[in-house]
Design a protein around this ligand. Structure first.
Ligand SMILES: [Zn+2]
Ligand SMILES: [Zn+2]
Length: 333
């Protein structure tokens, strides 16, 4: 196995040079979104109420606390600077063709998570509260708020690990998860490249345990936001394994291994926040100094090649439809 050099370009990925124009476009976009948040607070409230109280990171990613919140854009700007200063590999990062495509996934995701996915979770709510009687354990009353929060955190993190493992091991689900892995340029936005069908799968797997634990809206939101920021960081194009912290948490280096194009790295490091599940279930890749190129080996996948807005949108549509086409083709075989 080879260890990648830091200056080696990643596959066919073409990096966007940090030009004044690029920074201006990025800043204008961020300013437009922040202005939107200020002008339409009711919109933000609506997004929040559609997602609050669900212990599932993908569904609970409300726009009001991410895209429509200045803190998220400051977070991205800081990571862009860190990526520029300490890149895992040159040509990757936020200012790349892949970064532009991830931005489309970030901005367009709410159309599905706030409609199809939220609607699906409401159906689960109705089933759970109706025929299943809405059973919940009073963990907070019995063990106290702090213990209940830690338990909920560990439960949520375990189910993110488990759901991720399932999406790799069940072939039709891999077709959808493949979209996330299609990125050839890791960046702080890559975790937004998630097909809405994956959110439905995650919601289904974690629903009953999350409801049983009965976490309140505020704690659920805190968990969801913590996950958004942390997984943003672990997807960034950063050359760090966080030293001894890597034995407890996922790092930009360990998650890059998960996205690697090299076969020895496949089906390793499924963790979202804690690395303990991978260590427990023997799916951890132990060497912590490799920074391989990333992507998938699928010649048919509609990869992005341009940062022109029309091309990015067209590619987004093709990437969204591709898993359905692929599953249908698999079934016909
Ligand atoms: Zn994966
Ligand atoms: Zn990932």
């Amino acid at each position: 196995m080879t260890t990648a050099e830091p200056t080696e370009p990643s596959g066919t990925e073409t990096g966007i040079r940090l030009t004044g124009r690029g920074v201006a476009v990025f800043a204008a976009l961020a300013a437009a979104v922040v202005a939107l948040a200020l002008v339409v607070p009711a919109l933000a409230d609506r997004f929040q109420s559609a997602n609050g109280g669900v212990l599932l990171s993908d569904v609970a990613k409300g726009w009001s606390h991410t895209v429509l919140h200045p803190a998220y854009w400051v977070f991205l700007a800081v990571l862009a600077l860190l990526e520029w200063r300490w890149p895992a590999r040159r040509g990757e990062g936020l200012l790349s063709t892949g970064g532009a495509q991830d931005l489309a996934w970030l901005l367009l995701a709410p159309f599905f998570t706030l409609t199809l996915v939220a609607g699906y979770v409401h159906v689960l709510d109705a089933l759970y509260d109706g025929p299943l009687g809405g059973t919940a354990l009073d963990v907070e009353g019995t063990l106290g708020t702090a213990v209940a929060f830690v338990l909920a955190f560990l439960l949520a993190d375990f189910f993110m690990w488990f759901s991720h493992w399932v999406r790799h091991k069940v072939p039709p689900l891999w077709r959808f998860h493949q979209v996330h892995h299609s990125q050839r340029a890791m960046s702080a936005l890559t975790d937004n490249r998630v097909h809405f069908f994956e959110s439905i799968v995650s919601a289904t797997l974690a629903y009953v345990p999350a409801r049983l634990l009965g976490l309140g809206d505020e704690a659920a939101l805190l968990l969801a936001l913590g996950t958004v920021y942390f997984t943003g960081f672990t997807h960034a194009n950063l050359r760090t394994n966080l030293g001894p912290l890597r034995y407890v948490v996922v790092t930009p280096q360990s998650h890059r291994i998960h996205h690697s194009t090299q076969e020895p790295h496949w089906d390793k490091n499924f963790g979202a926040i804690c690395s303990i599940w991978d260590r427990l279930f023997r799916t951890q890749y132990h060497p912590a100094d490799e920074y391989p190129g990333v992507g998938i080996d699928d010649q048919d996948f509609p990869l992005e090649h341009s940062t022109r807005p029309a091309a990015v949108l067209a590619t987004y549509g093709r990437q969204l439809v591709y898993p359905f086409r692929k599953v249908a083709a698999d079934l016909r075989r």
